[in-house]
Design a protein around this ligand. Structure first.
Ligand code: PLP
Length: 209
């Protein structure tokens, strides 16, 4: 299981300290914050930035120029994938993306409906522009804060992966599952998470003021 240290709102010295201790994967939610941190930490040649926030389409071009951007986890529709594909200028690499799924059906949460996930993934792996520039890396969800022990969100994401395997023929181990945060990462791992996104348990509570 890989660990993405979610550093939003936290100063760059904290990120640098973890990096010096060998940590490489960091997650950020706000494009502007990621842009300025990635410049400030531009000397960390092996850092791997994950974008895990909601995406405004007019910011995609800028996001694609972030140095050491290694994954965008929050693609929720085909038009967003198309825009990333058109904005990705590096011909020698593909941008890894995950599809965010709204597994709890809460209006306030981002992500596609579970019923749409196969169509979106099919588009990403078969559309000419997308398949050239993007690499489908898996599925992401944010669990409900008050989920019971049966963790319906994590189960739902595992089911979505099964549908993709069955209907699109992708190998199971090629489909990562990004699920689990500070309060639920242990459960998420039990349910098969391949990547947990942990912020406050590493860096301390966030101060948004
Ligand atoms: C902030 C955030 C996290 C980390 O949350 P913690 O509860 O601090 O671990 C993980 N994933 C997403 C999408 C986030 O926005």
């Amino acid at each position: 299981v890989s660990l993405v240290a979610v550093s939003k709102t936290k100063p760059t010295w904290m990120i640098r300290t973890l990096y010096e201790h060998g940590h490489r994967h960091f997650g950020e939610n706000y494009i502007q914050e990621l842009e300025s941190k990635s410049v400030e930490l531009g000397d960390l040649s092996d850092i791997k930035w994950h974008f895990i926030g909601s995406i405004q389409s007019n910011k995609i071009k800028g996001l694609c120029t972030v140095k050491h951007l290694s994954m965008v986890e929050t693609v929720e529709k085909q038009s967003t994938a198309d825009r990333f594909a058109k904005s990705w200028m590096d011909e020698h690499s593909q941008l890894p993306i995950m599809v965010q799924v709204n597994t709890s059906g809460e209006e306030s949460k981002s992500g596609c409906d579970p019923s749409q996930v196969v169509d979106i993934v099919r588009h990403i792996i078969s559309n000419d522009v997308c398949k050239k520039s993007l690499k489908f890396a898996g599925l992401m969800t944010i669990g409900s804060p008050n989920a019971g022990v049966d963790q319906p969100d994590f189960k739902k994401l595992v089911q979505c992966r099964e549908m993709i395997v069955q209907q699109l023929g992708l190998p199971l181990d090629a489909i990562g599952l990004s699920m689990g945060m500070s309060h639920d990462y242990i459960d998420a791992i039990k349910f098969g998470s391949t990547s947990v996104r942990v912020g406050s348990a590493i860096f301390g509570e966030r101060d948004y003021s």
